[in-house]
Write a protein that binds this ligand. Sequence first.
Ligand code: UDP
Ligand code: MG
Length: 308
Amino acid sequence: MKNKNNSVEKLSVIIPFLNEEENLGKLYEELLANLEKLNLEYEIIFVNDGSTDNGSDIVKKFVKTNPSVFLIEHKVKKGKGDALATGLKKASGSLILFMDADLQDDPADIKKFYEKIQSGYDFVNGIRSKREDNLVIKLYSKTFNWFLKKFLRSPFTDINCGFKMFRKEIADSMSFYANNFRFLPLYAYYQGYKTTEVEVSNRPRIYGKSKFGIKKIFIGIIDTLTTYFLYRFSQRPLHFFGVIGGSIFSLGLIILSYLSFERIFLNHLLYRRPLLQFGVLLIVVGVQIIMTGFLGELIVFFNKQKNK
Ligand code: UDP
Ligand code: MG
């Protein structure tokens, strides 16, 4: 596709890898074969995320023979999100493709992504319809995507699919930190970019080990809550803390009013009444949560003033 200046567009393929030495050779071969077929300029950026195997030497050989291949290295493992962000900094194309290095993503699918871009979409996310993962992860993933659809207006079926193509300007305007790269599709959608999905094949991992496993479920839940909070309440934290703190405080108040009524009008003594401690606890906790909300409001307010 020609861009505004009538020149061929450039695609930057960004591949983070951590101990994937057995996969890199075949991946590179398949990539070249498929990229050559597209009417695109391209570059391939491998990001070594602190591998302790020979992966880096293997990629260095590609770099020597092909000026479109680059290698960037993290000295220690920083995580996939950071590796993607490192790759983005180096990328010079107007289009970006994220893919894994473990051969689970099939380079033959790149064509499908590009066709969607050519038909006018800015962000194309993959859908792994036949996923090669264990049952727990699949179930978790289904619930996760359901939650995002229900509460965050997500239009995506498989947001965690690492295989995606998009216009670089989308990533440029998002600040990446920790694991929030997985919400890039949602960010694009909220910013009004045209988003869509394509089905991709998900091959079983043959060499090397998955780096995530069950642990990613917990991390995923925490990340989702963070995103939910930032999306809904980052500009008005008191709405979040106020409702929670206010409910707890009110419950405490009801309990203590009831006890006071009994004490004053019915002359019931208050010793040996655990309800008393419970009521006091609710009031103290409630007030603290409401105060946290006020602190949040203060932070938002000062930030706004500073950025005026
Ligand atoms: N990866 C990485 N740093 C990490 C974890 C993973 O660069 O800390 C890379 C990994 O080498 C692979 C991709 O991210 O290319 C996806 O990881 P993996 O296949 O282990 O995840 P899964 O497919 O099991 O979710
Ligand atoms: Mg994988």
